[in-house]
Design a protein around this ligand. Structure first.
Ligand SMILES: N=c1c2ncn([C@@H]3O[C@H](COP(=O)(O)OP(=O)(O)OP(=O)(O)O)[C@@H](O)[C@H]3O)c2ncn1[C@@H]1O[C@H](COP(=O)(O)O)[C@@H](O)[C@H]1O
Length: 95
């Protein structure tokens, strides 16, 4: 499997950021009254849930919570006018 799905999800996030449709969870993060704290709190919550899933050795839940974290991380990158290349570049520099 490639990381194409990351590009696809990130492209949807960028669309939601630009269009801000009413029925979009992603758009609600960009317009939240708490500002960026909304997504930061989500990242904290999802990370705690991932740790608990890991302690339980629950592989299905580990995958679920990891996906929640990656999605909210991508929203944070978009919020900061960053993108997946910033992440890829940072990882590549560490090889
Ligand atoms: N990948 C995601 C994604 N992951 C998580 N979430 C939302 O993030 C929220 C997580 O909050 P919670 O943990 O409270 O949700 P929960 O399900 O009660 O809790 P968990 O048991 O999942 O931890 C839920 O409302 C999920 O729907 C996501 N919402 C959207 N996406 C992607 O973004 C796209 C656009 O979505 P919209 O902006 O809603 O159109 C979608 O097609 C997806 O590809």
């Amino acid at each position: 499997m490639t990381d194409d799905v990351l590009d696809e999800v990130f492209a949807v996030i960028e669309d939601r950021k630009a269009e801000l449709p009413d029925d979009s969870y992603t758009a609600s993060l960009f317009t939240h009254e708490k500002g960026e704290n909304a997504v930061l709190e989500k990242l904290g919550e999802e990370t705690t849930e991932l740790l608990l899933a890991a302690k339980d050795d629950d592989r299905e839940e580990i995958a679920h919570e990891s996906a929640d974290i990656v999605y909210h991380l991508l929203v944070l990158l978009a919020m900061k006018d960053m993108d997946l290349d910033d992440l890829r570049d940072e990882l590549a520099e560490r090889r």
